[in-house]
Ligand binder design. Structure first.
Ligand code: GLN
Length: 292
């Protein structure tokens, strides 16, 4: 079968599950990977024959797509803020909302050397994009999952970036004397996109997320949805410089609760920000009287 005929076949096999435009784009992304051709060259070679071996790679992808697996996991890679990243099931696929959080930090930060800590780094998307855009930044990152840290480390290598990773269970961080030693010098910026989807919101989510992305990175109990944020705020009060700022991605329904919790925790200023969909999706907070 020719590449062109196979493309139509691929689309027919999946057209009940995905819009045609999306399937075309999946086909080209997979073809780029399996055939090692640029999109333009694929379009120019539609009359070439597709080997059985290549067909079988596509059929495996069809099976995985039928099972609602995200294309990013099938490809094993994605892009975040213009930065290439390896992804697998150990890490959440970076979201466009999180790019907005990163761009907010970049707008704010002094170009001088900033020290940054990313809590719950996952693929490393926030830490690595900040390190890449802010040349002089010194970036550290933590995660509870060793397997996520493995992915994040590979991502620092492919991006030629240096980040200090530590495996930390945020809920028990006070026991960690090594970190107390490492972080003596404190951070200008602490940033986190922790789990914030309440179990009761799970039914509103797509199967590709529920069935394939790591629960540990997504969900919190309905009765204590701010658990991770409380811990982050405690950690930040200890490890943020006096004039430092904490940046958080948040649950769109919990902006008011977040503001109240952070005020009670001693952050005098909390600024909420909407994402491109008009939802309360991020905030920054700080303790000092702002002069800048
Ligand atoms: N915004 C993500 C989603 O909708 C959730 C990210 C998170 O829990 N930190 O899937």
């Amino acid at each position: 079968m020719t590449i062109g005929k196979f493309r139509n076949h691929f689309i027919n096999l999946l057209e009940d599950l995905y819009p045609i435009e999306e399937l075309k784009s999946f086909f080209y992304l997979l073809a780029e990977k399996y055939l090692n051709l640029s999109r333009i060259n694929i379009a120019l070679q539609l009359n070439n024959e597709l080997t059985h071996e290549d067909q079988s790679s596509f059929y495996q992808a069809v099976d995985r797509l039928s099972n609602h697996e995200p294309i990013q996991y099938i490809l094993g890679e994605t892009e975040f803020f213009g930065v290439p990243l390896i992804v697998n099931k150990q890490v959440l696929i970076p979201r466009p909302e999180t790019e907005e959080l990163v761009s907010w930090i970049i707008e704010d930060v002094d170009k001088k050397k900033a020290t940054i800590l990313d809590i719950g780094t996952g693929s490393g998307c926030i830490a690595i994009s900040l390190a890449k855009k802010l040349n002089n930044a010194v970036v550290s990152a933590i995660d509870i999952s060793n397997r996520a840290i493995e992915v994040a480390k590979k991502n620092t290598l492919i991006n030629n970036i240096n980040i200090e990773f530590s495996r930390v269970d945020l809920l028990n961080f006070e026991d960690n004397s090594t970190l107390q030693h490492k972080w003596k010098s404190k951070f200008d910026i602490i940033v986190s996109n922790p789990p914030y989807v309440r179990m009761k919101e799970k039914k509103l989510m797509q199967l590709n997320v529920i069935d394939h992305e790591p629960d540990i990175a997504l969900f919190v109990n309905d009765d204590d949805p701010l658990l991770f944020y409380r811990k982050i705020s405690e950690l930040s009060k200890r490890y943020l410089k006096h004039n430092g700022t904490l940046y958080l991605e948040i649950n769109e329904y919990l902006g008011v609760e977040m503001e109240k919790m952070l005020n009670e925790a001693g952050f005098k200023h909390v600024e909420l920000k909407k994402d491109m969909f008009g939802k309360n999706r991020m905030l920054k907070c700080w303790q000092y009287e702002k002069t800048r």
